[in-house]
Ligand binder design. Structure first.
Ligand code: PLP
Length: 380
């Protein structure tokens, strides 16, 4: 028997979430962002559920090759463009569209020999100060690209720094509009947070409801929402946005300990029992990608019942409080199902966003960090 830890990918949830992002931008085409091996879900494993997307966006050239190997003939966009001149040969051969964010990338294109001119996405640095041409350099970059025989079509792109937070996107939208005002070409601006919060069908309830003006664009870039996590957690939950978990990380209890008052648990004895209580030992640790910094209190489901991690996360095990189950009279013991995040057999849901928040990180990091030793399956 292998260790009972297992990651299950839910294709129906991926399909549902992709449609949900489409509903937010009914006039735009949708890039399914599948960088980082589809946010840890697996490019090959998610491909079928995501193939109704209009294109796949990623940043690793090897991942672009994997998408083409799946016989995807539609658009593929390299979100960071090429890293060295010879990468352009692969772009020509596999018809990859690529971001151009710095003058070196234009130099490389100008020296590139190709039969087929490329489609490029010229990136504006509208305030994030990571990638892109500054507003003052943008037009010159566009003109340079426009003069190159290697370039067939130029689209315009920017990325938001605060789409999920209180600062919002208005200042960057204004910078983008000013810098691109009379330039032709398709536009792409939105990540998941901007799409959900400022798209066509934003959530219309609760405090801080999004502005009613909608953001128009030709392409939107849907990442984390596709995988069923709320980009603006804890302001909103995945359920608020109508998103469903696309991954369940589950395992089982492999031991149970009966503690007495004063007994401690795990490395560093960071948890002390106040009275008699049962503790479950779960086959899941930081070597599986579970966050080592998840403190006592981090939520977990045992036999579909919500309880908490107690004591320190170790390499191969975590320890969980069974008192809530015992109080409810829910039977559990060695072999009982444990859900670290996702959906239990009973249908109970533990959003990855809540586990991430407890551990001081975001869902993106947890989903991407599921370790290679964890076996994956797809739910039927
Ligand atoms: C990762 C990425 C996205 C997707 O972001 P989400 O927050 O996951 O939706 C969009 N655009 C760019 C340029 C990215 O790198």
């Amino acid at each position: 028997m292998p260790r009972p830890i297992l990651a299950t990918v839910h294709p129906d949830a991926l399909r549902h979430n992709l449609q949900r992002t489409r509903d937010s931008a009914p006039d735009a085409r949708v890039w399914a962002v599948v960088k980082a091996n589809a946010y840890g879900h697996g490019i090959e494993r998610t491909f079928d559920a995501l193939r109704s997307a209009d294109g796949f966006a990623l940043l690793d050239l090897a991942e672009a090759e994997r998408i083409r190997a799946l016989d995807w003939r539609g658009p593929v966009l390299l979100l960071e463009g090429v890293f060295e001149p010879r990468d352009l040969e692969l772009c020509s051969r596999l018809h990859l569209w690529h971001t151009v964010h710095c003058s070196e990338q234009i130099d490389w294109l100008a020296a590139h020999k190709t039969q087929l001119p490329h489609r490029v996405f010229l990136k504006l640095n509208s305030g994030m100060n990571r990638l892109g041409f500054s507003p003052t350099a943008f037009r010159a970059a566009w003109a340079r690209l426009n003069a190159l025989p290697q370039v067939e079509e130029i689209s315009l792109m920017t990325h938001f720094s605060d789409a999920d937070g209180p600062r919002g996107i208005a200042h960057q939208v204004a910078a983008f509009e000013a810098a691109t005002a009379d330039l032709p070409g398709e536009r792409t601006l939105c990540n998941s947070a901007a799409l959900l919060r400022f798209g066509r069908q934003p959530l219309r309830v609760g405090p801080g409801a999004p502005a009613t003006e909608t953001l128009s664009a030709d392409w939107v870039r849907s990442g984390i929402a596709t995988y069923g996590s709320a980009p603006d957690h804890p302001r909103r939950t995945a359920a608020d946005w109508g998103l469903q978990p696309a991954m369940t990380l589950s395992s089982r209890l492999i031991a149970v300990q009966q503690l007495q008052a004063g007994d401690t648990v795990g490395y560093g004895s960071t948890f002390t029992a106040q009275g008699p209580q049962r503790i479950g030992v779960v086959a899941c640790g930081y070597a599986d990608g579970y966050p080592r910094h998840a403190p006592t209190g981090t939520p977990v489901l045992v036999a579909g019942v919500r309880t908490r991690v107690v004591g320190r996360v170790s390499m191969d095990m975590i320890t969980v409080d069974l008192a809530p189950l015992d109080a409810l009279g829910v039977a559990c013991g060695v072999g009982s199902e444990v859900v670290l995040w996702g959906v239990s057999a009973s249908g109970a849901v533990l959003p990855v966003d809540e586990v991430a928040a407890a551990a001081g990180t975001i869902s993106y990091e947890l989903l991407c960090a599921v370790a290679p030793r964890v076996p994956f399956q797809s739910s039927p």
